[in-house]
Design a protein around this ligand. Structure first.
Ligand code: SAH
Length: 358
C-alpha cells in the first residue's frame, strides 16, 4: 500500500518549525521530535515518551519517519561496512561506514546512479536514475547507525557515495542542516565534507548556504586528460573550476579545498603530472588526497603501483602541498571509492529494526 504522508526527514528543523506551526502545533515540538529521531535514534512515535498522546497521534497521521529499508549489509575484513538500502520505489542506495582510529566516517549517496559518467567510476557506468530526496539522504545516517559496533559512533559524514551532490543541491543542503543542528545530529561543520566533480555554478551556492568542507575530484592536470576522465570538464574546464575556487570567500579566508586525485596506472601518475598539478594549485589553500584506483569490472584502469604513488606524493610534498595517500578501504566488498553500484540483491533477514542510539 502506498503511503502518501510527507517525509518528516525532508525538512531542516527550521522548516519543520514552520510546517508544524501551519498545522497548529507549537514550533518547539519540531526540535523535540528531531531530538528523538536523530539524536536518540527513535522513529516510533509511541516511544517518544515526553510528547502528549494527541501529538503522537498527529505525528503518526501526518508524517513518515523513515524513508529506507535494509536490503543487505556486507562487512569487510578491515572493519568497513557497506549498507545497501531500499527506497520506497525499490531504488537501491549504498552507504559505507569506515572506521579509522578514533573516527568513524560515514560515506553517503545523493543520487541513484550518476549522470556524470566519469570513465573510471562504477557508479557512472550505471547511468542516472534519479535524485535522492533529503529524507533518503538522512535516513542513510539513521539506518547505518544500526550497523555500528557497541561504543562506536559516526564522527564524520562525507557526501562521496553514489551521485553528484551538487546536481541535487536543495536536498543536500537540507540534509546538511539536519546533520549540523545541535538538537539533531550535532556534527561540527569541519566533520562534514561534500565532494563534487566540479559543477562550478553551484559551488558558491553550497558554500554560502552551509559551512561544510568542500572536496573537488580533480584526477588530471590537463584539460585534454580531464575531458576524457571527467566529461564534465568539457563544460567547466580546469581554469574555470580553479578560478571559481580561488575567487570564493571561504578560500580567500584560507579554508582549504580537498582535492581528490585517483592515481591510475600510466594514465595520470607521472612526475610531470605531479608537477603540473602543483603548479595548478599554487597559492590555493588545499589538501590533496591521493586515491590509488580501485579496480572494477566497468573500467580498464588499474591502480598505480605503490612506488609510483609514493613518487607522486613526494613530488607534491616537494612543492609544499599537503598530501595524504588514502588506503583503499572495503575493496573486498566493493565499498571503496568508485565501486558503489548497488547491483546484486541479497536480502538480510529481520531488517526492519529502528534506529539504534549512537
Ligand atoms: N560525484 C562526486 C561525489 C563522488 S565522490 C565527485 O565526483 O566528487 C567519489 C570519489 O571517488 C570521487 O573523487 C571519484 O572521482 C572517485 N572515484 C571514482 N571511481 C573511482 C575508482 N574506481 N577508484 C578510486 N576513486 C574513484
Amino acid at each position: 500500500m502506498s503511503d502518501s504522508r510527507p517525509h518528516l526527514q525532508d525538512h531542516s528543523i527550521e522548516t519543520l518549525r514552520e510546517r508544524f506551526a501551519e498545522q497548529g502545533v507549537a514550533p518547539y515540538r519540531a526540535e523535540q521530535v528531531a531530538g528523538w529521531l536523530y539524536a536518540r535514534g527513535v522513529d516510533e512515535s509511541a516511544a517518544m515518551t515526553d510528547l502528549p498522546g494527541d501529538l503522537r497521534a498527529w505525528l503518526d497521521r501526518s508524517w513518515r519517519l523513515r524513508a529506507l529499508a535494509w536490503d543487505a549489509i556486507e562487512r569487510s575484513a578491515d572493519g568497513t561496512r557497506k549498507g545497501r538500502l531500499r527506497a520506497q520505489d525499490g531504488a537501491l542506495v549504498e552507504s559505507v561506514l569506515i572506521p579509522e582510529g578514533e573516527r568513524t566516517t560515514l560515506c553517503i549517496s545523493t543520487q541513484v546512479g550518476c549522470p556524470l559518467a566519469c570513465s573510471f567510476c562504477a557508479t557512472g557506468a550505471l547511468g542516472f536514475k534519479r535524485n535522492l530526496r533529503a529524507a533518503e539522504i538522512l535516513d542513510q545516517v539513521c539506518r547505518m547507525r544500526e550497523a555500528l559496533a557497541p561504543g562506536e559512533r559516526i564522527t564524520n559524514v562525507v557526501f562521496m557515495g553514489m551521485g553528484e551532490p551538487l546536481l541535487n543541491l536543495p536536498a543536500v543542503i537540507e540534509s546538511v542542516r539536519v546533520l549540523l543542528h545541535p538538537k539533531a545530529f550535532a556534527l561540527g561543520p569541519r566533520r562534514i565534507t561534500v565532494s563534487t566533480a566540479g559543477v562550478v555554478p553551484r559551488i558558491g551556492a553550497l558554500l554560502d548556504a552551509v559551512p561544510v568542507n568542500l572536496a573537488v575530484s580533480l584526477h588530471a592536470s590537463t584539460d585534454a586528460l580531464r575531458d576524457r576522465l571527467v566529461p564534465l570538464n568539457r563544460r567547466f574546464p580546469l581554469s574555470v573550476l580553479l578560478g571559481a575556487l580561488r575567487a570564493h570567500a571561504s578560500v580567500t579566508a584560507r579554508r582549504p579545498v580537498f582535492f581528490e586525485y585517483t592515481l591510475m596506472d600510466g594514465v595520470n601518475d607521472g612526475v610531470e603530472d605531479a608537477r603540473r598539478l602543483a603548479r595548478l594549485l599554487r597559492g590555493l589553500p588545499s589538501k590533496v588526497n591521493l586515491i590509488p584506483m580501485n579496480p572494477h569490472e566497468d573500467s580498464e584502469e588499474r591502480p598505480s603501483p605503490p612506488e609510483v604513488v609514493e613518487r607522486f606524493a613526494a613530488e607534491l610534498a616537494r612543492h609544499d602541498l599537503t598530501v595524504t595517500v588514502r588506503r583503499p578501504r572495503g575493496s573486498d566488498i566493493a565499498a571503496a571509492c568508485g565501486q558503489l553500484a548497488a547491483r546484486a540483491r541479497t536480502v538480510r533477514p529481520g531488517s526492519e529494526s529502528t534506529c539504534s542510539t549512537p
